[in-house]
Design a protein around this ligand. Structure first.
Ligand SMILES: Nc1ncnc2c1ncn2[C@@H]1O[C@H](COP(=O)(O)OP(=O)(O)OP(=O)(O)O)[C@@H](O)[C@H]1O
Ligand SMILES: [Mg+2]
Length: 508
C-alpha cells in the first residue's frame, strides 16, 4: 500500500517535472531579454516544482566575475548584495569546479556564505547548485532552495536542475552571440538601440512569439517584407527591428509615409528630381530610394499609393532601377524593401485598386501583427513595460491599483499598442501619488462594460458589479460629484453610496 502511494507520488512528480521543463523551454524564447526570460523560468521552477529562491549566476565574459543575472524570491537589495567571485561560497565553487553541489541543510554548511542575507539563520532548507555548462565551458550556475521534504529526493531535483541548466546554457550562448552583433553596431545611437532593439518589443502570446520567430529569420536575409496589421499594432517598430537586426544595420533606415503626401510630391520624394524638373525644383535632389542604398527603405501605408505610382514602384521592385524626375540617367538601388499597410490589400487587388503584380512583389514575406484584443495575455506585460518606462522617465515609482489594472485589462484597446502606450503615459504623468486608481482612468475605459466580452465569460457577481459601478459613476457625474444628490438619484443612502464608492475605488 505504502509503496503504491510512493509510486504515485513519484509519478506525479515526473508529470510535474515534464510540464515544468516544457514551460521553462517556452519561457526562454518568450522575449529577447535574457535576464527577464531567466527570471520567468525561475518563477516556473518555484510555482511548478517548489524550487524556491532560484538564482542564475553568470560568469561575465569580460571580467570573469560572477553576476546574479536573475533571481526569484529575492529582493533587489538581496540580489545586489550577492555578487560573488569564483571560488567563494557554494555557487563560486560550482562555477570553479563545474560540479553540482548539494547542501542538505544550509544551517550546517560553513561554505554557505549566504551573501544575500535572505534566509533565516537556521532552517530545514536544502540548497542545490548546478553548473550551467556548454561544451565544457562553465557559463555560470543555477541554484535553488528546496524545503526539506522526505518524499522528494534531492538527487531528483539535481537531475531536473541539470536539464534546466542545459536549456539555460543554450539560451545564454544564443543571447551572447546576438548581443555581440548588437554591440558591433557602434554607429547606432543609444536612443535608437533602446527603442528599437528587440528587447523593447514586448509579446508573450503565441501570436507574437510567432512574429518574433519570423522576424528573426527574415531579418538575416534581404527578403522583401510586407507588414500587415491594424493601426498601432507595431508595424513601424517591427520594420525598424528588421533593419537593425538585419544584415546591414549600419546602413540607412529610410522611412516614407505614402499616405502623407500627394501623388506628385510622393513621386519626387521617392525617386528624387533634377534641377528644373518642375516649377520650384531649383536644385536637384536625391530620392529616398537613392538615400536608402546599403540600407532599408520602409514604405509605410503602401496601400495608399496611386495606380500611376504603383507602376513605377513595380519597376523598382522588379529591376531595382529608376530615374529621377526630369532625369535621364538610370539609377539603381540595393535597398532592402519593407512595406506596411493596414488596408485590405487582397480586396484592393480584387477590386482593381492595387496592382496584383506589385502585390506579389511586395508580399514576399508577409508578417501579420495581431491586434491587441486577440492577444490579451500580452496586456499585463505591456502595461507593466510602459508603466516602467514612463515612471523611469519621471524618476519615481508609480503603480496601478488592483481595480485600475482590472479595468485596463478589460478594455478592448481598439487603438492597439499606440493607444495603450499613450494612455499609460498620460496616467503616469498625471498621477499625483505613487498609485493610479480606477478613478484616474479616462471615462471610456472606466465605463467600458466589456460588451465585447462574450457572454458567460464574466461571473454573475462581476457582471452585477460592472453594472453597479457604471450606474454609480454616471450618477456621480450627473450630480457634479455631490454624493448626497447622487445617492438620492440612485435610491440609496449616502452612507451606502460612500461604502460603494470606496469598494469600487471611485473616490476622488
Ligand atoms: N510589441 C510592442 N512592444 C512594445 N511597444 C510596441 C509594440 N508594438 C508597438 N509598440 C509601440 O506602439 C506604438 C505604435 O507602434 P507603431 O507605430 O509601430 O504601429 P503601426 O502599426 O505602425 O501603426 P499605424 O498603422 O497607425 O502607423 C509605438 O510607440 C511602438 O513603439
Ligand atoms: Mg505606422
Amino acid at each position: 500500500m505504502e509503496t503504491q502511494a510512493a509510486a504515485h507520488i513519484v509519478e506525479e512528480r515526473h508529470t510535474a517535472e515534464l510540464a515544468a521543463l516544457l514551460e521553462v523551454s517556452k519561457t526562454m524564447v518568450s522575449s529577447f531579454d535574457l535576464d527577464r526570460n531567466l527570471r520567468r523560468a525561475l518563477r516556473v521552477l518555484a510555482d511548478m516544482l517548489g524550487l524556491h529562491r532560484g538564482t542564475v549566476t553568470l560568469v561575465e565574459p569580460e571580467t570573469r566575475g560572477l553576476r546574479i543575472a536573475a533571481a526569484h524570491g529575492l529582493t533587489r537589495h538581496e540580489v545586489a548584495r550577492g555578487t560573488y567571485r569564483a571560488g567563494e561560497g557554494v555557487v563560486g565553487r560550482v562555477v570553479a569546479s563545474g560540479d553540482a553541489v548539494v547542501v542538505p541543510n544550509i544551517g550546517e554548511e560553513p561554505l554557505f556564505l549566504n551573501r544575500t542575507g535572505a534566509r533565516p539563520e537556521k532552517s530545514d532548507i536544502s540548497f542545490i547548485a548546478v553548473p550551467i555548462r556548454l561544451r565544457g565551458e562553465v557559463l555560470g550556475a543555477l541554484a535553488a532552495d528546496r524545503v526539506f521534504d522526505e518524499a522528494v529526493s534531492l538527487e531528483e531535483d539535481v537531475r531536473v536542475l541539470e536539464i534546466v541548466a542545459s536549456i539555460f546554457a543554450h539560451a545564454v550562448r544564443l543571447y551572447r552571440t546576438y548581443r555581440h552583433e548588437i554591440d558591433a553596431k557602434e554607429n547606432l545611437s543609444r536612443e535608437l538601440r533602446r527603442r528599437f532593439s528587440l528587447p523593447n518589443i514586448i509579446g508573450d502570446s503565441d501570436a507574437m512569439q510567432e512574429v518574433f520567430r519570423l522576424v528573426g529569420k527574415v531579418a538575416a536575409s534581404n527578403a522583401t517584407v510586407l507588414l500587415r496589421g491594424e493601426s498601432g499594432t507595431g508595424k513601424e517598430l517591427i520594420a525598424h527591428a528588421l533593419h537593425y537586426q538585419g544584415l546591414r544595420p549600419k546602413g540607412p533606415f529610410v522611412a516614407i509615409n505614402c499616405a502623407a503626401l500627394p501623388e506628385n510630391l510622393l513621386e519626387a520624394e521617392l525617386f528624387g528630381y533634377e534641377r528644373g524638373a518642375f516649377t520650384g525644383a531649383v536644385a536637384s535632389k536625391q530620392g529616398r530610394f537613392e538615400l536608402a542604398r546599403g540600407g532599408t527603405i520602409f514604405l509605410d501605408e503602401v496601400g495608399d499609393v496611386s495606380p500611376a505610382l504603383q507602376a513605377k514602384l513595380l519597376r523598382v521592385l522588379q529591376e531595382r532601377t529608376f530615374e529621377r524626375l526630369g532625369g535621364v540617367k538610370t539609377l539603381t538601388t540595393d535597398a532592402r524593401i519593407v512595406s506596411a499597410t493596414n488596408r485590405d490589400l487582397e480586396a484592393m487587388v480584387a477590386s482593381g485598386d492595387f496592382r496584383e503584380d506589385l502585390y506579389w512583389r511586395l508580399n514576399v514575406v508577409p508578417v501579420f501583427l495581431p491586434p491587441l484584443r486577440e492577444r490579451r495575455e500580452d496586456l499585463p506585460l505591456l502595461l507593466d513595460f510602459f508603466l516602467g518606462r514612463f515612471a523611469a522617465d519621471l524618476g519615481r515609482p508609480v503603480r496601478f491599483s488592483p481595480d485600475a489594472l482590472r479595468l485596463l485589462m478589460r478594455y478592448p484597446w481598439p487603438g492597439n499598442i499606440r493607444e495603450l502606450e499613450n494612455t499609460v503615459q498620460r496616467l503616469v504623468v498625471l498621477a499625483e501619488g505613487a498609485q493610479i486608481d480606477a478613478s484616474d482612468l479616462p471615462p471610456h475605459i472606466l465605463l467600458h462594460d466589456a460588451p465585447d466580452v462574450p457572454n458567460g465569460s464574466m461571473t454573475l457577481d462581476e457582471e452585477v458589479e460592472a453594472l453597479e459601478r457604471r450606474r454609480i459613476l454616471e450618477a456621480m457625474r450627473r450630480n457634479a460629484h455631490v454624493q448626497a444628490r447622487a445617492a438620492r438619484e440612485l435610491g440609496i443612502t449616502p452612507r451606502q453610496l460612500g461604502y460603494k464608492l470606496e469598494k469600487y475605488d471611485l473616490e476622488r
